[in-house]
Design a protein around this ligand. Structure first.
Ligand code: NAP
Length: 266
C-alpha cells in the first residue's frame, strides 16, 4: 500500500481484550482501512484478534505498530528482533508501517535506523516511520534511512497545530499522522468547535478531524472504543468546513501538549 488511508483507528489505552477486539473488528467492517497500535500499548494480541475476526482481507488495510525502548519486551538495542516480535504479537505475516515510537532511551539514528531498514528489507514491514521527532531529528532520520521515510506520527489537534512539522512533511513528501487529534477528548468541550459543529449539524469531534484531514499529507488516528464514537469519527470524512471555520480553529492554537514523556526531545 503506497498511500495511507487518511482516517485510522487509534487504540492506545484500549486494553480490555474483548472491547479492543470488538473496536478493531467493528471499525474494519465499517470501512476503516488503517489501524494504529504499539508494543507499548499492551494490546497487540487483542488488535490481532479483531483483525482475525473481521470480514476484511489483510491486504485491504494498513496496519501500523511501533517499537519502544522503555516498556516490556525488547528495546532499541534489539530493534530488529523487537520488530519481528510484533508479527507474533499481532498474529500477522507482515506489517505495513513500523515506527520508532520515541527518540529517547537508546535511540541513536546511526544505530537504530539501520535496523528499521533491515526490517523493511526482510519484509517485516513495508514502510518505515518515526514518531515524536523534531525537525532536526527528522532531517537526520531522512539522511540516515536507506528506505524513504513514509510517515511521522506526532501529537496534533486544535490546541497544538504543529504547522512546522506539517510543512516539513509536505516539503519532504511523507505523511504526517496526527495523534490525539481530539486532544484526548477535550475538543468535545470546546466552545468554538461545538459552535462550528452546530452550524454543520455535526459533532465537535468531526470538526477537529475534518479540519486536520483538510490539510495536505495529514492523516488522523482518533482512538474510539464503542461503536457510536467509531461511527461518528468515520462520518467526519463527509464534513466540509468553510474558510471561516478554518480561521476560527486556527485562532485557538495555544501550543498545549496532552502527551509528555521524560526526556522528550522538545
Ligand atoms: P484522541 O483520539 O485525541 O481522543 C480519544 C478520546 O476521545 C477517548 O476518550 C475517546 O473515548 C474519545 N472519543 C473518540 N471519539 C469520540 C467521539 N466521536 N465523540 C466523543 N468522544 C470521542 O486521543 P489518543 O488516544 O491520545 O490519540 C489517538 C491515537 O493516537 C492513540 O489511540 C494512539 O493510537 C495514537 N497515539 C500515539 C502516540 C505516540 O506516541 N505515537 C501518543 C498518543 C496517541 P472512547 O475510547 O470512549 O471512545
Amino acid at each position: 500500500m503506497e498511500t495511507i488511508p487518511n482516517l485510522g483507528l487509534g487504540t492506545w489505552e484500549n486494553t480490555d481484550p474483548e472491547a479492543c477486539a470488538n473496536s478493531v473488528q467493528f471499525a474494519l467492517e465499517l470501512g476503516y482501512r488503517h489501524i494504529d497500535t504499539a508494543q507499548a500499548y499492551d494490546n497487540e494480541p487483542y488488535v490481532g484478534e479483531g483483525i482475525a475476526r473481521a470480514d476484511v482481507d489483510r491486504d485491504e488495510f494498513l496496519l501500523a505498530t511501533k517499537v519502544h525502548d522503555e516498556f516490556s519486551g525488547l528495546g532499541y538495542d534489539r530493534f530488529y528482533e523487537a520488530a519481528g516480535n510484533r508479527l507474533d504479537a499481532l498474529g500477522v505475516d507482515a506489517l505495513d508501517l513500523l515506527y520508532v515510537h520515541w527518540p529517547i532511551g537508546r535511540y541513536e539514528a546511526d544505530e537504530t535506523l539501520p535496523k528499521l531498514d533491515r526490517a523493511v528489507d526482510d519484509g517485516i514491514t513495508t514502510h518505515a516511520g518515526v514518531s515524536n521527532f523534531t525537525i532536526e531529528l527528522l532531517d537526520e532520520a531522512i539522511e540516515t534511512l536507506e528506505t524513504p521515510l513514509f510517515a511521522h506520527q506526532a501529537e496534533c489537534h486544535p490546541y497544538l497545530q504543529q504547522e512546522h512539522l506539517i510543512e516539513h512533511a509536505q516539503e519532504h513528501d511523507y505523511y504526517f499522522v496526527a495523534y490525539s487529534p481530539l486532544a484526548r477528548g477535550d475538543v468535545l468541550k470546546d466552545d468554538v468547535l461545538t459552535d462550528i459543529a452546530d452550524k454543520h449539524d455535526a459533532s465537535a469531534a468531526q470538526v477537529s478531524l475534518a479540519w486536520l484531514m483538510g490539510k495536505e499529507n495529514v492523516v488522523v488516528i482518533p482512538k474510539a472504543t464503542g461503536e457510536a464514537h467509531i461511527r461518528d469519527n468515520w462520518d467526519a470524512r463527509d464534513l466540509e468546513l468553510d474558510d471561516e471555520d478554518v480561521e476560527r480553529i486556527e485562532a485557538i492554537e495555544r501550543e498545549e501538549r496532552y502527551v509528555e514523556r521524560d526526556n522528550a526531545p522538545w
